[in-house]
Design a protein around this ligand. Structure first.
Ligand SMILES: [Zn+2]
Length: 334
């Protein structure tokens, strides 16, 4: 994976900003806890069902599937929303106060809201990070100096299976009367994930190894790369807050030309400026690389599209990658 090292000044500046931001969100977390002593009303559309709030649409997807027919589940972040940059709204705070149960992703995916969720988890017994269900040795280390892990685990179906079973355990402990339903629902979801795991393997393996190279804006696909032996290169690191410069675009352009990579990809939740600049630089160097399509990286698609669920989003990405990387390049095609 290629990521962009920051200059020392940038690192210091970013560090200060991160510290200030962390302080603000820590404060919000404590305000939340303070107000959580007051009685809050659940949304009327939930009726008698327990109200469960999830941070992202992807976290909501697993909770909705496992709690199907039993729970009323709502995500704070909608389709196309970048979780690394998302800031809580007053409406979100209300929802967190109303919730019977709260699930967030963890591993610092919810960059600016991490402190809020960690504050709730430390002080209340109704808040859980779904990635706590994955043994740490199964995670990819993003930065060994800061001991942080790559949060984009939903691109490994076996890891998302671990998350599913963990959510089922938490729900069963919380609402034991629905234990059987949760187990059956979780098994159905896991079966779908494992079928997709095979589907991805069967399709991706057909791409010649030399062309099995995935180039995107930010580093969200390392787990996909590890599962299916794909080389992954990106302009940014695991967070969309990470910076990149001309030298990074230049380095990737050289790799694309040298390996004659047929396609690079944009992402629904990330600005595509860098990828378009990369395409242009490759063209100037004498090779035509296509935009192979749009990948769903950190957010689900709009309701009514195939990507409105995690399994649909995963399948859509696999099809887009295979179609892009198996495209037969010729001079007149671009
Ligand atoms: Zn991301």
């Amino acid at each position: 994976m290629a990521s962009i090292p920051q200059s020392e000044n940038e690192t210091n500046k970013t560090g200060t900003i991160v510290n200030i931001t962390k302080s603000i969100y820590w404060l919000i977390g404590w305000v939340l806890l303070l107000f959580s002593c007051t009685v809050q009303e659940k949304p009327s559309h939930c009726g008698e069902k327990p109200y469960v709030v999830a941070s992202t649409g992807i976290v909501a997807d697993v909770v909705k599937h496992v709690g199907n027919g039993v729970l009323c589940v709502e995500a704070l972040m909608g389709p196309g929303t970048d979780p690394h940059l998302y800031k809580a709204t007053p409406g979100d705070i209300n929802k967190l106060l109303q919730a019977d149960l709260i699930f967030y992703h963890g591993l610092h995916l919810e960059g600016k809201m991490t402190e809020v969720f960690e504050g709730l988890k430390a002080k209340k017994n109704n808040t859980f990070a779904v990635t706590d269900g994955i043994p740490k040795e199964m995670l990819i280390i993003a930065d060994s100096a800061t001991k942080t892990y790559d949060p984009h685990v939903w691109f490994s179906m076996p890891l998302w299976k671990q998350v599913t079973l963990y959510v089922a355990d938490i729900l069963s402990a919380r609402f034991p009367q629905f234990h059987k339903e949760f187990l059956q629902n979780a098994q159905r979801y896991v079966d779908t994930l494992m079928k997709l795991h095979k589907y991805a393997h069967d399709r991706l393996i057909k791409i010649p190894t030399s062309k099995r190279v995935l180039i995107t804006s930010h580093d969200a696909f390392a787990y996909l790369g590890e599962e299916y032996s794909i080389e992954v290169y990106t302009l940014q690191g695991v967070s969309t807050l990470d910076r990149y410069g001309i030298a990074d675009i230049e380095k990737l352009a050289e790799l694309i030309v040298k390996r004659q990579i047929p396609a690079i990809f944009v992402e629904t939740s990330v600005n595509n400026k860098g990828i378009l600049a990369l395409k242009e630089l490759v063209r100037k160097k004498g090779w035509e690389v296509r935009i192979g399509g749009t990948l769903y990286s950190d957010a689900l698609g709009e309701p009514g599209t195939i990507a409105e669920t995690l399994p649909g989003m995963f399948k859509s990405n696999i099809d887009t990658i295979v179609n892009g990387l198996t495209y037969e390049h010729n001079e007149s095609s671009n």
